[in-house]
Each structure stands twice: as structure tokens, then as C-alpha cells.
Design a protein around this ligand. Structure first.
Ligand code: CA
Length: 171
């Protein structure tokens, strides 16, 4: 991610580069830096094909990706890697997605996007109530997932890290 940004900046006209420097010394410097250094994603998904697809999509989006095939391994991965984003399958072999959300919300304010089958529409609502931030139905289009994740990450948190950042930033 960092390198990609630098490469991109090198190709920009000088005026834009100067703008980047200026914005990096502005008030929200700390916020920007913490967001960029926290570009870690954890995938919790038992289907290997979907897991590999998610891995590719998120890596392309600049995330450092860690993938787990079970709910409990996923919870541990979130504890270890402190991701900004978690993609979560509802149907897992050990504990279900709702239980994963419940456990994650005890210590993590990562953005959680649930992956559900269309037939699980009701479950989706339950998931949002349980503390997920968004959901994508399977089969999903990689472009849609990317768009949803970046939209989700722009939405400030009411509390927690992003919420604190929002409070500190001028309106
Ligand atoms: Ca599954």
C-alpha cells in the first residue's frame, strides 16, 4: 500500500505532489497515517474458493490480508492483526457468524462486512443489528465488494477510533 501510494505520487504533476505534502502536515495528519497503516483485512470464510477470491480482491485493494477458515480462528486472527476490515461468512463450521460478531465486538471496532446467501435476507438484518456494518450477498461481484468496503471505511464511527477521529476533525 505505502509503496503503491509513493509510486502513484511520483507520476502525479508537481502541483498535486505539493498538495499531498501540504495535506500530510495538516491537522488530520495523524488520522490519515493511522488509517493507512491499519490497512489490514481479515477474511473469515470456510469455502476455499470464496476465501481465495476475497483474498485476491482485498489484496488488490491494498490490504494486508489474513484469511481464516473457521469462526474461532477468525476471532483470534482479528485479535492478533487488529484489522480495519473483516469479511465474515455467516455459515461457518464451528461457531456461526452472529457469534463471531458478538465475540469481535467485545474487543474490536473493525468494519465488518457480512457475506450472505440471498436466502438469508432475514439473517442479514439480524447481522446488522448484531453489529455488522454492511453486507454483500453471494455470489458477489469483486467490484461491488471493493466499492462497499471503501464506502464503509469513509463512514465515521459513532464511537471508537474512527468516531474519535471525527470528533477531532473540523466539521
Ligand atoms: Ca460458509
Amino acid at each position: 500500500m505505502g509503496l503503491q501510494l509513493i509510486l502513484r505520487a511520483c507520476k502525479m504533476p508537481k502541483r498535486v505532489q505539493a498538495g499531498l505534502v501540504l495535506s500530510s502536515v495538516s491537522q488530520d495528519r495523524k488520522i490519515r497515517i493511522s488509517m493507512e497503516t491499519q490497512r489490514v483485512a481479515v477474511i473469515i470464510e470456510d469455502d476455499k474458493d470464496i476465501r481465495d477470491l476475497l483474498h485476491a480482491v482485498l489484496q488488490q485493494s491494498g490490504f494486508e490480508v489474513h484469511a481464516s477458515p473457521t469462526g474461532s480462528e477468525g476471532v483470534e486472527a482479528v485479535r492478533t492483526h487488529n484489522p480495519a476490515v473483516v469479511t465474515l461468512d455467516l455459515g461457518l463450521p464451528d461457531i456461526d457468524g452472529f457469534e463471531v460478531i458478538r465475540q469481535l465486538r467485545l474487543f474490536s471496532d473493525a468494519y465488518i462486512v457480512m457475506l450472505t446467501a440471498r436466502a438469508e435476507e432475514l439473517d442479514t438484518l439480524m447481522g446488522l443489528e448484531a453489529g455488522a456494518d454492511d453486507y454483500v450477498t453471494k455470489p458477489f461481484r469483486p467490484r461491488e465488494l471493493r466499492a462497499r468496503i471503501s464506502a464503509m471505511m469513509r463512514r465515521p464511527r459513532k464511537d471508537g477510533v474512527a468516531g474519535a477521529a471525527e470528533a477531532a476533525a473540523p466539521a
